[in-house]
Design a binder for this molecule. Structure first.
Ligand code: UDP
Length: 321
């Protein structure tokens, strides 16, 4: 049994990770300020004797110092996420994503913790390759386009984590998430699947940005948190970066049609310009597909659920609300 800290533990991915760690018999401290996380995400475990919930911001150094006491593993998931937040509030993105990570890494060195850093496929920017291995170049757009602030901020986190590994021997593992989806994900911050499912359940239209030919890979959060916990506890993963996601590619237009077929085939698709959705300075990523060979060979597993199975689960959850 270990004692874990999950920053962002009331968030979408964080709450699934917290639940899974508690189910495996670990003690878990959650730090969350409920800015994008929600109390209800932890409702299934809120009375669990091994859960400690600290409400506050990861920018609060005193709180972080208290949170790491006695902890042997830190899962650092708290961040400003979602294309919408990042486009609308770049200052918050940078402040939330960079300074607290450095502070936590310092605390981890002092206490000798294992450290999982949640990073993102956004660090590849708009790299034009078909599939991205972890060693690809980062292709960010200009600093005048706020979208890139998110990927850049997480790339700095990665540099920091790797530097703490090489300088202080801190056992860090870095995971780059690719479009993680599932129950509890909300559409408010731009995430496509909860938005499409809500739109379809409300009779439509389903609003696809641009021409819908942009490509993504969607992985179920249950499988993602399993990979995260396994990787973090694997000695072979220490000091390395991993793509964590599905490698089953689908266009956003195909995704819209899959959801429409499942919810109500009469629903229509409406196409809108990016500029109408995110403002004129927005740039999207056309294609985002991970190479997950490193993940699969290191821990002998990778996300496997099909898009159909994932959508059925999310639609059932939405209907149950
Ligand atoms: N998207 C869309 N309609 C929406 C929200 C998103 O067509 O209501 C598109 C978006 O432009 C992007 C893809 O769906 O190409 C995935 O968007 P999301 O924000 O979920 O993730 P990310 O852009 O980070 O991959």
């Amino acid at each position: 049994m270990s004692k874990c800290l999950v920053t962002g533990g009331a968030g979408f991915i964080g709450s699934h990770l917290t639940e899974s760690l508690l189910n495996e018999g670990h003690e878990v401290t959650v730090v969350d300020n409920f800015s994008t996380g929600q109390n209800s995400n932890l409702s299934r475990v809120e009375d669990h004797p091994n859960l400690t919930l600290l409400t506050g911001s990861i920018t609060d150094q005193t709180l972080l110092t208290e949170a790491v006491r006695g902890v042997d593993t830190i899962y650092h998931l708290a961040a400003a996420v979602g294309v919408k937040i990042v486009a609308e509030d770049p200052v918050r993105t940078i402040e939330t994503n960079i300074y607290p990570t450095e502070w936590l890494l310092r605390l981890a060195v002092q206490t000798g913790c294992r450290f999982f850093l949640a990073s993102t496929s956004e660090v590849y920017g708009k790299n034009p390759k078909e599939k991205w291995t972890e060693e690809e170049d980062l292709h960010f757009g200009p600093t005048s386009k706020p979208r890139w602030a998110y990927g850049c901020s997480k790339a700095i986190d990665e540099f920091l984590a790797l530097a703490y590994h090489s300088k202080f021997g801190l056992p860090v593992v870095i995971g780059r998430f690719f479009n993680v989806v599932g129950p509890r994900q909300v559409g408010n911050y731009g995430m496509v699947i909860p938005r499409f499912v809500d739109q379809a359940l409300n009779g439509g239209p389903v609003v696809v940005y641009d021409d819908g030919e942009q490509v993504r890979c969607f992985a179920h959060v249950k499988e993602i948190v399993d990979c995260v916990a396994t990787l973090t506890n694997s000695d072979a993963a220490v000091g390395k970066i991993f793509n964590i996601g599905s490698d089953q590619a689908v266009s956003i237009k195909e995704l819209a049609n899959e959801i429409i077929q499942r919810v109500d085939p009469a629903v229509q698709i409406k196409y809108v310009e990016y500029s109408d959705a995110y403002g004129k300075n927005f740039e999207d990523v056309r294609r985002r597909v991970p190479d997950v060979t490193r993940l699969a060979t290191t821990i002998n597993k990778k996300p496997q659920l099909s898009l159909g199975e994932i959508l059925d689960d999310i639609i059932a959850w939405k209907k149950s609300l």
